[in-house]
Design a binder for this molecule. Structure first.
Ligand code: ASP
Length: 293
């Protein structure tokens, strides 16, 4: 059986602003693509690759996810994450999770160890504790952002992270993790942990979104990409463009990454920039933030 060329894409959020220096993030994203390529070429599944890549993004503290998340207006860190396996269409997610270092590992455990798709709040935390996942004992010492910073910061930094991949068997997977939007209310859950909204993977396409989560929820962006491909015969890029436009006609800005079974990678955004990197099916690698680098 001939192997399918592996490919993957990563985003570090659509909140990048023109004029800022993102060289550290770009170098980090490129290094994760190189690590992901090695993993995929060694036979790792798309599922393992997206989870471990997102776990590394969370641990870096460079993005508004995992260690880099900001607290809500009550001063509490509540994190969302989800993973979806295109081969089986199984999914797992945590929403408004408090007190654990890697929300994406908690999401994977929900998928693998429970009959459910999403666990939220105290239930999610109790489950993560039962699974022996790494706890955060001292949030002030752990998180790189202390204090929610108000509306000014909201305009400056959004940095949800996500990864999509196709492995050597041709299977797809997607994962998304976030600290949510700045100035969010306690208990607010965005699109990121909701399959169909901020994350999706099936036999056709894997999608991870970033941006104004309420609009992505209202437009079911991630699954809309797949449905446009299936029912309207659109390419992944055309479907992604149309789904993004649909969401953002409701307000806000954002972007998404998608990888298709046919070998397409789409990375689109309506914001000034989106931290992103990719390994294409022909083996080339790119890492960029703005449109014309
Ligand atoms: N989509 C995320 C949310 O609404 C935020 C982001 O991507 O920056 O929680």
């Amino acid at each position: 059986m001939s192997e399918t060329p592996v490919m993957m894409a990563i985003h570090g959020g659509a909140g990048a602003l023109t004029g800022r220096d993102y060289s550290r993030e770009t170098a980090h994203l490129r290094s994760l693509i190189e690590a992901g390529r090695a993993r995929l070429l060694a036979g790792a599944s798309a599922l393992v690759t997206v989870v471990e890549t997102v776990a590394a993004l969370e641990a870096s503290g460079l993005y508004v996810a995992g260690r880099g998340a900001s607290p809500n207006t009550a001063g509490v860190y509540e994190l969302d994450a989800a993973v979806m396996d295109g081969r089986t269409r199984r999914a797992g997610a945590v929403a408004a999770l408090r007190g654990f270092a890697s929300p994406i590992h908690a999401a994977l455990a929900v998928m693998e160890k429970t009959p459910h798709v999403i666990l939220a709040g105290e239930g999610a935390a109790a489950f993560a504790a039962d699974q022996g996942l790494e706890r955060i004992d001292d949030p002030a010492a752990w998180f790189t952002h202390v204090g929610w910073g108000g509306a000014k910061r909201a305009a400056l930094e959004t940095g949800t992270v996500g990864c999509v991949a196709r492995d050597a068997l041709g299977d797809l997977a997607a994962a998304t993790s976030t600290g949510g939007v700045f100035c969010k209310l306690a208990g607010r859950v965005g699109d990121s942990p909701v399959p169909g909204a901020g994350v999706w993977a099936d036999e056709r396409v894997a999608v991870s979104c970033t941006g104004a989560g309420e609009m992505f929820l209202r437009a079911a962006v991630a699954v809309q990409v797949s449905h446009r491909m299936a029912f309207a015969g659109e390419s992944a890029a055309d479907a992604a463009r149309a789904a993004l436009a649909d969401a953002l006609s409701l307000g806000g800005d954002g972007g998404l990454i998608a990888a298709s079974a046919e070998g397409e990678i789409a990375m689109l955004f309506t914001s000034q920039g989106m931290k992103r990197a990719a390994l294409f099916a022909d083996g080339t690698i790119m890492a960029e933030v703005f449109a014309d680098e």
